[in-house]
Design a binder for this molecule. Sequence first.
Ligand SMILES: [Fe+2]
Length: 380
Amino acid sequence: MATTDKSSLKLTKENLEAEDFLPLLGTDFVELYVGNAKQAAYYYMAAWGFQPLAYAGLETGLKDRVSYVLQQDKIRLVLTSPLKSGGDINRHIDAHGDGVKVIALWVDDARESYVETMKRGAESYFEPRAKRDADGEVVLSGIHTYGETVHVFVERKNYKGAFMPGYRPWKPFYKPTDVGLKYIDHMVGNVGWNEMNKWCQFYAKVMGFAQLVSFDDKDISTEYTALMSKVMSNGNGRIKFPINEPADGRKKSQIEEYIEFYNGAGVQHMALATDNIIETVTSLKNRGVEFLTVPSSYYEDVLDRVGTIDEDLAPLSELGILIDRDDEGYLLQIFTKPILDRPTMFIEIIQRKGAKSFGKGNFKALFEAIEREQESRGTL
Ligand SMILES: [Fe+2]
């Protein structure tokens, strides 16, 4: 395991002691269990610029559920709702509200990924199974991770269809333009008190990940609230999973608020990458996405902290985009308010200009912004 050295954020093979036995090629899809997949699909298309890709439901032979698949560049979302009462998906939604059920990982060999992770102590979600149609074969297998969240390994090297067998292409008339989102940069899990190390060890031992960086409560605290975080990464750096746990503060940590409303551990946010954060965030705002704001004083001395950047400060400050620098470059980032009814999941937009870190310099301003939201919800 890498140590908790905060000065070294370099993501290279050499200092990552990740044992890349799977290996993971990328995030294949993220599946959310939602109360109303049809309307959620419209939200992710209209507000977020996702494109319709595939559909499965009664018309494709499913009896108990419906799924809409959306795509924007390399990001694929699957939105699934139950069609009948009393099943597992219903229970999941009752317990957690809408939320991420599956973080699917693209692998070369889903059978081997299952065998290797099970050998290292994973808990099975489902055994390897092949799904076939006229476009070929997809092999899937699954293991559990924190809370009720699962990882599904997806092997699609012998498949040329739109998504996977069981789905048909979905081509509605309504197709809004995209907003320039490219890929999933990282996905963050919130876990309970004193559980961060357990889940970091899970990713190290079972998945062969290494620890990239660690933040303690001194890094991530305001006058009132605190949390701790460690970032786990696979060997090629395409999969990065920060894991947060609450820490003691004078008031209630945002992680506790999450755990309370989600009823346990789960995905806190997805960070989606763009090559032009000013354009992307301008589009998102125009389409109704709401972002956290920082006081304008943030921009008065930000360039003293981060040095010269390519962008004009005015549009960044107007949009509320945050800036941070590490020894490899800088990054631009912004966070939405919760995108669901419960104050659980949100989305980060990130543009990396060399930096491989996570915006530590913004934590204080950001968490004070979150506290203002918690205050308004009466959950601080
Ligand atoms: Fe993040």
